[in-house]
Design a protein around this ligand. Structure first.
Ligand SMILES: [Zn+2]
Length: 211
């Protein structure tokens, strides 16, 4: 099932980025590797900015409850892949066309295809007027627009088994926020920049089956 946002507000948030020394007791588990496929239309971003704005807080959250390291890797400037025409009123058509392209790239390059390796296409724009990303339950690949900070975390959450139903609204720091996999982003809410406790449990249990 494809997950859609219908109303999203770009929020400028001050993120508390604290450096945490991770204990070395998770070294025995396979790291979770997130390949970020950078569409040609986001070539103006550098990978340091992307990491800070969209992934540093996500990695911190994922590492806190999965008991494994999370690694980012970048794929860019690949003709036939990073120039993929993703904008389409038919989300299914775009998703499956993308999945076929990614499949071929992964196969041709002898890359991993398993539960702890994900491939996410990052795009400047929406897929269509009400769709900011696409993925399927526990899929190894997906598409996420950079329009709001939480979209990549939203799609990766589905790709790790997370659901809209398990997302929630929290009261944090004097205001209401929504966790990463909410179905719709309400204009009055901020982003919590975490998965809900219920989604953390779903994701951790899913990954525990793949030590
Ligand atoms: Zn969704």
């Amino acid at each position: 099932m494809f997950k859609k946002y219908t109303s999203c507000l770009l929020l400028l948030c001050a993120l508390a980025m604290s450096h945490t020394a991770w204990a070395n007791d998770n070294a025995s588990r396979k790291p979770l590797t997130l390949y970020l496929v950078l569409h040609d239309d986001i070539s103006h971003y550098n990978t340091h900015e992307l990491r800070q704005d969209y992934f540093a807080w996500l990695i911190k959250d994922l590492e806190s409850f999965t008991d494994r390291y999370v690694r980012l890797a970048f794929i860019s400037d690949v003709p036939g892949l990073t120039d993929f025409a993703y904008q389409n009123d038919d989300v299914d058509e775009t998703y499956y066309a993308w999945k076929n392209k990614m499949d071929r790239y992964v196969f041709d390059n002898g890359m991993q295809r398993n539960a702890t390796t994900k491939y996410l296409l990052l795009t400047q724009n929406r897929i269509n007027s009400d769709t900011l990303g696409a993925s399927t339950d526990k899929s190894y690949t997906g598409i996420a627009s950079l329009e709001t900070f939480a979209i990549p975390a939203h799609e990766l959450g589905h790709m790790l088994g997370g659901t809209h139903e398990a997302a929630e609204v929290l009261y944090k720091g004097g205001w209401w926020c929504q966790t990463n996999i909410v179905e719709k982003h309400g204009d009055l809410y901020s982003n919590c920049y975490v998965y809900s406790d219920a989604n953390k449990q779903i994701i951790a249990e899913h990954l525990n089956r793949h030590p």
